[in-house]
Design a protein around this ligand. Structure first.
Ligand SMILES: [Zn+2]
Length: 217
């Protein structure tokens, strides 16, 4: 059985043979259910309790069912102080490197600064840009660096079509983020865009998932 993988959702979902979801938490890390998978991180929008949350993040990110650190990153459209965002981002890069876990990146209007921070990592850990919704030129730069792109409901709004259609399939994921849409629907759309069978998408993402989140090359 090859499950559908949803690599980023803010909604609590039951995992079963047909579905594996990484639920994202940006606080209440002590509330994790050991039977589920998570990514946990300090979101640039919510850094008001930064020092305390960072201590909790360091503690709980070691849990086995935490498959990634993030979403974290830089968001220059939000009102959070930029220096505080940068400090939080750097701390989380360090946590991910120390634990050898992938990083899930939230990046809005801050590509150059995010890339600068990631550059020194020299691909020590996998990097996933979640909710990718930018142009093909930036996408190309990210894929050149062997970073991964994760697509969500932007595909329903006819965004990123050309990119997903032509990009190297070893570097993409699908996610529902805050939407209540079923991940299966995004798989069907991705298959349509790439002009292939849904099974191909299932196998491809499974392969990508194992490589990135299960450290299985
Ligand atoms: Zn999110």
């Amino acid at each position: 059985m090859h499950p559908f993988y949803n690599i980023h959702s803010h909604l609590a979902t039951e995992n079963n043979d047909a579905l594996l979801t990484i639920q994202n938490l940006y606080n209440n890390f002590d509330n994790m259910d050991t039977s589920k998978f998570y990514s946990i991180g300090l979101h640039p929008w919510y850094l008001n309790n930064y020092e305390e949350d960072l201590i909790l993040l360091k503690k709980y990110s070691q849990n086995k069912n935490v498959l990634a650190i993030g979403e974290c990153g830089l968001d220059y459209l939000c009102s959070t102080d930029k220096q505080l965002q940068m400090n939080a981002f750097k701390e989380q890069i360090q946590i991910a490197v120390t634990l050898n876990k992938p990083l899930i990146i939230h990046c809005v209007k801050a590509f150059e600064d995010v890339l600068k921070q990631l550059n020194d990592l020299k691909n020590k850990i996998p990097i996933v840009f979640h909710g990718y919704n930018n142009n093909v030129t930036i996408a190309k730069r990210l894929i050149d660096k062997q970073y991964y792109l994760s697509f969500g409901t932007s595909l329903l709004r006819n965004k990123n079509i050309e990119l997903l259609k032509t990009m190297n399939p070893n570097y993409f994921f699908l996610e529902t983020d805050i939407s209540t849409i079923e991940i299966e629907e995004l798989y069907a759309i991705a298959a349509q865009i790439r002009n292939t069978d849904k099974n191909d998408i299932i196998l491809q993402i499974q392969q990508n998932f194992k490589k990135v989140f299960l450290n299985d090359n």
